[in-house]
Design a protein around this ligand. Structure first.
Ligand SMILES: [Zn+2]
Length: 286
C-alpha cells in the first residue's frame, strides 16, 4: 500500500515521482535512472530504488534514510546505497547504530561520502556528480550524467570492418561524450549555476523555489532558499529543456504560487517550468 499520494511527471521519457513541500518533506525519484534525490520520509514507492542521493542533513530531506535501508532488508532487497556530503557520514552512522540498538537488528547499507566534483557510478554508463550549493555547511546538488563514446567525425561513414582495422592499428576512433540528463539543486540560495556547464546543459533541472510572496523575501535570505524573484536570472543563464519546481512553502497556496510565478517569468521561461506538486496523483477512493 503506497504510503503517500506522490506527484508523477514524465519528461524526456523519464518518470519523475516525488513529494516536496518546504519544511515538511522532500523526495524526488527517477526510477529509470535508479536514483532518488533526498529521501523525505521514505515513501514505499521509492524503497526499490538502489541509490539515494542526500543533498544535506535537514530532517525534511533526510528523515527516512534509516527506514529506507531497513525496509529494503525487510523486502529481501540488496542493501541500498546512501550518497551524502562527507560531513554527514558520522551522524548517519550514529543514527543507524542507534536504530540497530532499538530494533535489535543491524541495518545493512552502503554509505558513500562525496564532496564537490566527486562522482558515484550508478550504472555502467551513468554517474552522479556532486557540486556545491549554498544552503548549509557541506550541502551539495547532484547531476546525473551519461557517458558515451562517439565516433570521431572523420571516421563517420566507414564500414564496421574498416573501423575494426583502424582499432587494430591502434587508432583512437572515438571520443568521450558526456550527456547531463537531470540536475537536482537540493536546497540552495541563488547562485549563478551557469558556471557549471553540466548544470547549464542538463536536459531537466529540478529547482527548489521555496518562497513566492514579496513579504517572504527575508525568509528566503535567512534560510538560504530561492525566492521566485531569483528565477529569471537563475533560469535565464541556463539552457535546460524542462524545469521542475519543488520545495514550495506551505505558507503559500499552490494557486497563489502559480499566479506569482506567471507574473515573475517571461513567457519563454514560463513555458519550460512545471510545479512538481501540481502533478499529484489522487488515490482512487476505495
Ligand atoms: Zn534545508
Amino acid at each position: 500500500m503506497p504510503s503517500h499520494d506522490l506527484a508523477t511527471l514524465r519528461l524526456c521519457d523519464l518518470d519523475i515521482i516525488g513529494y516536496s513541500v518546504g519544511g515538511e518533506e522532500t523526495v524526488v525519484a527517477v526510477p529509470q535512472l535508479d536514483v532518488c534525490f533526498d529521501i523525505g520520509k521514505a515513501p514505499d514507492q521509492v524503497i526499490c530504488i538502489n541509490f539515494v542521493l542526500l543533498t544535506h542533513g535537514h530532517i525534511d530531506h533526510a528523515a527516512g534514510f534509516a527506514y529506507y535501508l531497513s525496509h529494503r532488508q525487510f523486502n529481501g532487497q540488496n542493501p541500498g546505497t546512501i550518497v551524502a556530503p562527507k560531513g554527514l557520514l558520522g551522524p548517519l552512522r550514529q543514527i543507524l547504530d542507534a536504530w540497530a540498538d532499538l530494533d535489535g537488528n543491524k541495518i545493512p547499507g552502503n554509505l558513500i561520502g562525496v564532496g564537490p566534483g566527486d562522482e558515484v557510478q550508478i550504472k555502467p554508463n551513468l554517474f552522479a556528480r556532486a557540486f556545491p550549493t549554498d544552503h548549509c555547511r557541506g550541502s551539495v546538488g547532484y547531476c546525473i550524467l551519461e557517458r558515451r563514446k562517439k565516433l570521431r567525425p572523420e571516421y563517420v561513414g566507414l564500414s564496421g570492418q574498416q573501423i575494426v582495422e583502424l582499432k587494430d592499428r591502434g587508432v583512437t576512433v572515438d571520443y568521450p561524450l558526456e550527456l547531463p540528463i537531470i540536475t537536482y539543486l537540493g536546497d540552495t540560495r541563488y547562485i549563478d549555476y551557469s558556471m557549471l556547464d553540466y548544470v547549464a546543459n542538463s536536459r531537466i533541472l529540478v529547482v527548489e523555489c521555496t518562497f513566492f510572496e514579496q513579504e517572504h523575501a527575508d525568509r528566503a535570505d535567512a534560510g538560504r532558499h530561492i525566492h521566485v524573484r531569483d528565477l529569471p536570472r537563475l533560469l535565464g543563464n541556463l539552457r535546460n529543456e524542462h524545469v521542475v519546481l519543488v520545495h514550495i512553502t506551505q505558507r503559500t497556496p499552490l494557486a497563489q504560487a502559480r499566479r506569482l510565478l506567471k507574473e515573475s517569468l517571461p513567457a519563454d521561461l514560463l513555458a519550460k517550468v512545471v510545479i512538481l506538486m501540481d502533478h499529484r496523483q489522487r488515490r482512487q477512493s476505495q
